[in-house]
Structures are given as C-alpha cells and as structure tokens.
Design a protein around this ligand. Structure first.
Ligand SMILES: Nc1ncnc2c1ncn2[C@@H]1O[C@H](COP(=O)(O)OP(=O)(O)OP(=O)(O)O)[C@@H](O)[C@H]1O
Ligand SMILES: [Mg+2]
Length: 366
C-alpha cells in the first residue's frame, strides 16, 4: 500500500450568497514540500486555507491528513486537533509575553522540555539572544522569525501560511523567505503557502497551484508552470507577454515572424502566439535588411522603436511592427536605450512561443 500524502484536499467547494468562490479544488502536499496557492486577489486562496485550518466549513469536499479524514460534510476535527500550524500576514505576537513565552505558547509538557524546544527553535531562527526580550524591542523581520518559531514549536504536520511575508520590506523579505524555507524543509513540514506574487511562488514552491476564479487552472513545478502555461492568462500571470495574432490557413498561421504550425485547427481559427519579452531578440538594421532566418528564431521582422526605458537590471524596449503596426516589447540586459523611430529587427525564439487557439473567435475563411 502506498503512503498517503501528508495533506490531501479533494473536491473542496464553498459558496457565499450563491457565488462559488472555491470550486472543486483538489491537490495534495507531501512532507517537506512547499505548495503555493498562487492567484489574483479574490480567487479563493484564503478561503481554501481557512477550510483546511478548520475555521471555515466547506459545502462539499474532503480533507485528509496522513490518510486520516479530518473534515467532510459529516466529520469535523476541530482546528486545534488537526496538527496544523498557521502563519498569517498579521501574525501578531502577544505583546505582554516574552519571546520565550510566545514561542512556548502552544507547547505542552514539562517546563524543562518546553524550554529546550524554545531554545532550539530560537537558535534555528538565529534569535537566541532575544529569548527574554519583549516583542516591541524586535524589528519586523525578527518578529516574523519569532512567529515562525512559535508556529513550528508544537511540530505541526502541516503549516499553512497566508501571505506571511507581505508586511516586510523587499530586502528583508528575500532573506527571511529563504531562511524560512530552509527551516521548514529541515523540519519536514508540509507547507501550503498562499501568495499573489509569482516571484514569491517561483522562489519558494516545489509545486504551484495556479488559481483563477475559485478553480485550480494549472498545477506543477514552477519551471513547468512558467514554461508551459495552459493558456494566455496563465502565461500573463508570470510576466508581461507579447501576443501575436494570426489566422489559420491550411494548418499554418501566417505572422510577421513567418509561419507557425497550427495542426488540427480549422481554417479561420484565430490563434494567439504568446512570447515573453525576454525571449524576443533584437538585431540591427543594415540598410533595410535584417539578419537571416534561422530554424531557432524563424523569420526576423522589422520594427520601429516607440519607447525605451531602463528598469534596473535591464532595459525595456517597445516597438511597432512594420508588418501590421502591432506593438511588441523586448527586454535587454543592462542599458540599451535606442531612440524612438530607430528601425531594428526582432526575432522570436520559436521554442519559447506558446500557441493558443482562440476557440471563441472563429472567422469565416475568406
Ligand atoms: N465570509 C465571507 N462572506 C462573503 N464573501 C466572502 C467571505 N470570505 C470571502 N469571501 C469572498 O470570496 C472571494 C474569495 O476570497 P478570498 O479571501 O479567498 O480571496 P483571496 O484569493 O485570498 O484574495 P486576496 O489575494 O485578496 O487575499 C472574494 O470575492 C471574497 O469577497
Ligand atoms: Mg487572501
């Protein structure tokens, strides 16, 4: 018999006032794994988390922990008996308790045992020196680490984290995220992390569950979700995208960048060819001529610069294609700021293009 996952959620559904906000959500999380629920505001991430925590009741669906039924429409193990740790954005430490007492809060057992667990955890989050301090004497990032130690102290089998890093400033956040990650991995806790930031999900997750309007639209490792999005919106959630529109004729789509295969699609189907700006290459114009086509990059297309901006590590250059005037953008490492009106040539990495038929908009072949 195979070992059941640490957390298994099946068919979880919840409506408010006739509107389904979590719609048939299923996934599982293994010990030592971090799964991110990623999606735009209001897509049902926190509601999903609250049902798993047991502070909200689902309309239907089941939750199992290590193969044991925790909750369905008949059974309901109370929140405190689920072996689930919680860490939310407003993680509020108890201001009147010392750091040690905050961390010991959920611990049972003898005083000496509790003290040694508290010391172990504070050492792990690198705050041993603050054991007798009070929360107000700690920085935001230090308080965050105490909250992590407190949540981990009773050795929960599952940790639910709802945007726990969003109250921290950028530079502090990166460090704390990485530290938190390694501690959770060492403890072997199964983690469900909610975020609406793709960078955070990519950085933290073993698996991403991409949510939209209450449903999981894609589930997979960050690399796969980023590099093989299920649809245009999934691609657009992770970065700006260029959309090149085409219409199918004889299983091919004609574009400024040459032909793209459209096998199995009927003539007249509109097709969106999606490419991220970092996969658009730029070459110089040589008296009206561009680089030669290659199998990797296809046919180059001439374009005119409409705007150039330096945005930190890279430059963002926007273009209008000669072909049909449509807009394209490309990112270039470092500083590259051609003037508006400059003619350049664009090439798109064929292997980096995603082709999505737009099934709702079939045109009559003309
Ligand atoms: N108790 C409630 N009563 C009525 N509607 C609710 C309730 N809780 C959540 N909702 C609605 O359900 C939807 C999903 O809310 P949820 O908090 O799960 O979103 P979220 O994905 O966590 O968003 P965010 O990223 O903004 O935190 C929202 O439209 C919200 O208004
Ligand atoms: Mg939320």
């Amino acid at each position: 018999m195979s070992i059941p996952p640490r957390l298994a959620v099946k068919g979880l559904t919840r409506s408010y006032g006739g509107r389904t906000v979590v719609d048939d959500v299923s996934f599982s999380v293994e010990p030592g794994h971090i799964t991110c629920l990623l999606g735009p505001s209001g897509c049902g991430k926190s509601t999903t988390l609250r049902m798993i925590a047991g502070v909200e009741m689902q309309d239907s669906g089941t939750i199992h922990v290590d193969g044991k039924l925790i909750c369905d429409t008949h059974t309901r193990v109370p929140p405190e008996k689920r072996s689930i740790g919680l860490m939310f954005q407003d993680f509020a430490l108890f201001p009147h308790l010392s750091v040690a007492d905050n961390v010991a809060f959920g611990l049972k057992g003898r005083k000496a045992q509790k003290r040694s667990r508290v010391e172990e955890l504070l050492a792990r989050v690198d705050l041993a020196r603050y054991i007798d301090a009070f929360p107000h004497a700690l920085s935001g990032g230090e308080q965050q680490r105490v909250a992590l130690a407190r949540a981990l102290a009773p050795r929960p089998r599952i940790m639910l984290m709802d945007e726990p890093f969003s109250g921290l400033d950028n530079r502090l956040r990166d460090g704390i995220r990485d530290e938190t990650l390694s501690i959770l991995k060492e403890e072997g806790t199964a983690v469900l992390l909610v975020t609406h930031e793709p960078e955070e999900a990519m950085r933290m997750a073993d698996e991403i569950a991409l949510m939209r309007a209450g449903k999981i639209v894609q589930f997979g490792a960050p690399y796969n979700v980023y590099n093989a999005p299920v649809d245009k919106a999934a691609a657009a959630f992770f970065s700006d995208i260029n959309v090149i529109r085409g219409t199918v004729r004889g299983a091919l789509t004609q574009t400024a960048f040459g032909q793209f295969l459209a096998p199995g699609l009927p003539d007249g189907t509109c097709v969106d060819i999606v490419i991220r700006p970092q996969h658009v290459r730029i070459d110089f114009d040589r008296a009206g001529r561009g680089p030669l086509p290659t199998p990797e990059d296809g046919t180059p297309a001439r374009a005119v610069v409409t705007r150039s901006r330096f945005i930190g590590k890279e430059s963002l250059v926007e273009f209008a294609l000669d072909y049909d005037g449509s807009a394209m953008s490309a990112t270039v490492p470092s500083v590259f700021l051609p003037k508006p009106g400059t003619p350049l040539w664009l090439m798109i990495r064929r292997g980096r293009c995603f082709v999505f038929p737009d099934r709702g908009e079939t045109l009559t072949p003309g």
